[in-house]
Design a binder for this molecule. Structure first.
Ligand code: SAH
Length: 511
């Protein structure tokens, strides 16, 4: 059986600038072949079993030759696999995607191409430069600045035409050849004062834009140490950047913020940080470890019809309970005799996905409220099962046991995810990281256990943001200083304290 290849454009870098079709390909692939311009965050969307092949490690200069890449993709498809060839921007814009597609065609391998937002389009936009404008440019031209070794392309480039057309010029892969580009354009009659912009790592949190003129472009590029990947823009549209620079003006632009993961909260925080232009660096500190071969749970499930209530207080508790039920050959019908209580909206949702609408969901999603709801309706004939995490609060079990029989079964525990230690250390050692956020006391403790107390000192030059007084106390107990505490204990307020921090700094500069 032959597989299929998708040549997929991953867009210019901003995580959300990818097409739905591209995501669908990533999710269904058996193999993903990618290089450095495609945002690697997309790999998280792939199946657990997906094989990842990096064919462009810029740092070590180990670029796989194009012929080998073509062969690799074809061979994987011939093994019957679904392959996504993930390329930065659009696959047919200077990505040699055409050559990859040709080989697939020659070998009769089924393929599709998924276009992406190319960097000259996405990158200029995020730099605040409209690629065309009625008063400035009536066309745009995307040119390779990287001459072919055989010299063919240099001859192909009509410098005279480019110098005289009233359009925006965008050179890709042009940094190494910049001197040649600017000299050729000036020689063929382009005004030496024409504005130039260098856009590096366009649309990413580390986007950097430097402006110059055609005449001093080379000198400035050297001085500013401009490196690939960079777009070189030549044209008066560059001047509009001052006015239209929406991306770099976002409140958290350029800020790298560590988000110490604590259940669902962290993704909300990370999402908000990126919406405001910052770069969240998510560090999961704990992982869920299921109790394997749980005989105690099996025994209770075997007599489940004796239970009049089942309390589930997290999505994990729901998943583990129902998986065991199914493994034992039962389905939701076996719960006919029990009322189901859910603590938390996410928990109720997880129960619903198993075909059951929870009977009781306390309004404030806390154990105390559930107790309030139950205390007057249960009597000594009731039997309650509560399958849940180790070290959960004992409030419910203690209070309910005064009224009837309650059986707690430990089904999982949260353990420190030691696999993430390197990731955590890398983040705190990175001098570009400005802030570390803690949204609960337990994440403080978990994070410090993960990095090891011997590394506490490394946190001293980071700005620590705490969600509230209890979390701050835990931070201070470790001898660390809280840089800012959220005014009210919410994720939004935490973000406000970071963006206000920035505003204050700008204010200081102005005054
Ligand atoms: N297929 C890609 C281009 C591949 S050629 C696309 O459609 O965008 C590689 C060159 O593209 C780089 O040398 C650089 O000039 C440019 N480039 C791609 N992504 C970029 C980015 N995020 N920021 C700046 N330049 C980028």
């Amino acid at each position: 059986m032959r597989g299929k290849v998708y040549l997929v454009g991953a867009g210019p870098g901003d995580y959300k600038l990818i097409t739905l079709k591209a995501l669908e390909c990533i999710r269904k692939s058996d193999v993903i072949v990618y290089d450095r311009l495609a945002n690697i965050e997309y790999l998280k969307e792939a199946k657990d079993t997906c094989e990842f092949i990096n064919v462009g490690k810029a740092s070590s200069n180990h670029l796989l030759p194009q012929d080998d890449i073509n062969r690799l993709i074809a061979d994987k498809a011939l093994e019957g696999k679904i392959v996504t060839r993930l390329k930065g921007g659009d696959p047919y814009v200077f990505g040699r995607g055409g050559e990859e597609a040709e080989l697939l065609c020659d070998e009769n391998i089924d393929f599709e191409v998924v276009p992406g937002i190319t960097s000259p389009i996405g990158g200029l936009c995020y730099a605040g430069i409209p690629i065309t404008h009625r008063d400035h440019a009536s066309s745009f031209h995307v040119i390779t600045g990287h001459p072919r070794k055989d010299g063919k392309e240099t001859k192909e480039i009509n410098w005279n035409a480019l110098a005289n057309v009233k359009g925006t010029l965008v050179f890709l892969m042009g940094i190494a050849n910049l001197k040649n580009i600017s000299e050729n354009l000036i020689k063929e009659g382009k005004d030496k004062n024409t504005p130039v912009a260098f856009i590096s790592w366009a649309t990413r949190a580390n986007q950097r834009v430097i402006t110059a003129t055609l005449e001093n472009a080379y000198e400035i590029a050297i001085k500013e140490n401009i490196k690939p990947p960079t777009l070189i823009v030549v044209g008066t549209v560059v001047n509009l950047r001052e006015k239209l620079n929406f991306f770099e003006n976002k409140p958290l632009f350029g800020k790298n913020i560590v988000v110490t993961r604590c259940r669902a909260q962290s993704s909300v925080l990370a999402e908000k940080i990126s919406d405001m232009g910052g770069k969240p660096i998510e560090i999961p500190t704990i992982k869920i470890q299921k109790i394997e071969d749980n005989k105690e749970l099996e025994a209770e499930i075997n007599k489940i019809k004796d239970y009049t209530y089942i309390i589930l207080s997290s999505k994990n508790a729901v998943d583990i309970f129902f998986e065991k039920l199914n493994d034992m050959g039962y389905d939701a019908r076996v719960l006919f005799n029990s009322k189901i209580c859910a603590v938390g909206g996410e928990t109720a949702k997880a129960i619903k996905s198993r075909g059951i609408i929870a009977d009781i969901v306390p309004q404030n999603y806390v154990a105390e409220d559930l107790y309030e709801e139950l205390k007057d309706i249960i009597n000594e004939n009731d039997k309650i099962l509560i399958p849940r995490a180790k070290n959960a609060r004992d409030f419910l079990v203690k209070k309910l046991s005064e009224k009837c029989f309650i059986k707690e079964v430990i089904t999982y525990e949260s353990v420190i995810d030691n696999d993430k230690k390197d990731l955590a250390l890398e983040a705190i050692e990175d001098e570009n990281v400005d802030y570390i956020t803690f949204a609960s006391s337990s994440t403080v403790k978990n994070f410090i256990t993960l990095i090891g107390e011997e590394n506490l000192k490394k946190l001293e030059n980071k700005k620590i943001i705490s969600i509230g007084p209890i979390t701050s106390k835990t931070i201070e107990d470790f001898g660390l200083e809280v840089y800012k505490e959220a005014e009210v204990s919410t994720i939004d307020s935490m973000i406000d304290s970071i963006s206000n921090d920035e505003k204050m700094k700008m204010g200081e500069l102005i005054c």
